[in-house]
Design a binder for this molecule. Structure first.
Ligand SMILES: Nc1ncnc2c1ncn2[C@@H]1O[C@H](COP(=O)(O)OP(=O)(O)OP(=O)(O)O)[C@@H](O)[C@H]1O
Length: 258
């Protein structure tokens, strides 16, 4: 059972302290949404967990500090879907998704049958089978987003961090991706998703972490975190919050004045 611990995590980039004293314990089988306004520090937190930026405090996966793990080892434990990734190489979709298996391969080894099966399954789950022979750099924004998600799924890691996995997706594919992330969690993975769509966050996430100006403002169930007061304080909006119905929704109504 994977367990991610953050103790007093802080990050300074250049002269700016962009994360302050973040504490959280995240366990397997949970879909955790990271929410908060632009510039709050959500991506920085994801990057700190992946040991891509130096962080103060302690970030550990199953008791082992992420910064001390060999990169391939960390990549096998936590699959990472970065925000707005650009593609440089004209690879086919199938080969690009296959890159998700790299952390499992030795320096000279080739893809084995288990790798091929993982690639196939990941393409199926991200609904990109029909795109498999296309050149990834020639895809639409939404198609590319699903292919990159497939690459992260192909790792078959016990934990997944997806930074804005819904960006560029049409409503149908947004639902598919949230269903998929939810399903990964139900099958025992720890799934962390940076989300801007608060209705999706409310409907699908088991737990939300709300960040503003680098600080953790609230951590708990969507009902506890997505209150009108929190939304006013953090986003500066008046919102219609319905957490009672079977399909919770958060509708921003306007800017909060005064
Ligand atoms: N290399 C850097 N040097 C200085 N400041 C940086 C650097 N990278 C990011 N920042 C700042 O850190 C803060 C947090 O950025 P981050 O990308 O983590 O925010 P975010 O919550 O993911 O935002 P968004 O929702 O807009 O993607 C922002 O104010 C950003 O300008």
């Amino acid at each position: 059972m994977v367990m991610l611990t953050l103790e007093g995590v802080g990050v300074t980039l250049g002269r700016r302290t962009v994360l302050h004293d973040i504490h959280a314990s995240l366990t397997a089988g949970t879909l955790v949404g990271i929410v908060g306004p632009n510039g709050a520090g959500k991506s920085t937190l994801a990057r700190a967990i992946m040991a891509l930026v130096p962080a103060r405090g302690r970030i550990a996966i199953d008791g082992q500090p992420v910064g001390a793990l060999p990169r391939a080892d960390l990549a096998r434990r936590i699959a990472y879907l970065p925000q707005g990734q650009t593609l440089h190489w004209p690879l086919t979709v199938e080969r690009l998704v296959g890159l998700g298996r790299l952390p499992h391969l030795g320096p000279m080894s080739r893809l084995a049958e288990t790798d091929a099966a993982a690639i196939e399954k990941a393409m199926e789950r991200a609904d990109v089978i029909d795109l498999r022979h296309r050149i990834a750099t020639q895809l639409s924004g939404g198609e590319r987003a699903r292919v990159l998600l497939a690459r992260a799924l192909a790792v078959e890691a016990p934990a997944l961090i997806a930074d804005e996995p819904l960006a560029s997706l049409d409503p149908g594919h947004q639902i598919d991706v949230m269903d998929l992330l939810h399903d990964q969690a139900r099958h025992g993975a720890l799934v962390i998703a940076v989300l801007h769509d608060l209705t999706m966050a409310a409907r699908y996430c088991d737990r939300l972490i709300l960040i503003d100006e680098g600080r953790l403002i609230a951590d708990g169930s969507p009902r506890h975190v997505l209150t009108p007061d929190h939304l006013a304080m953090v986003y500066g909006i008046e919102a219609k919050v319905d957490m009672e119905s079977a399909w919770p929704s958060i509708i921003p109504m306007g800017r909060r004045h005064g």
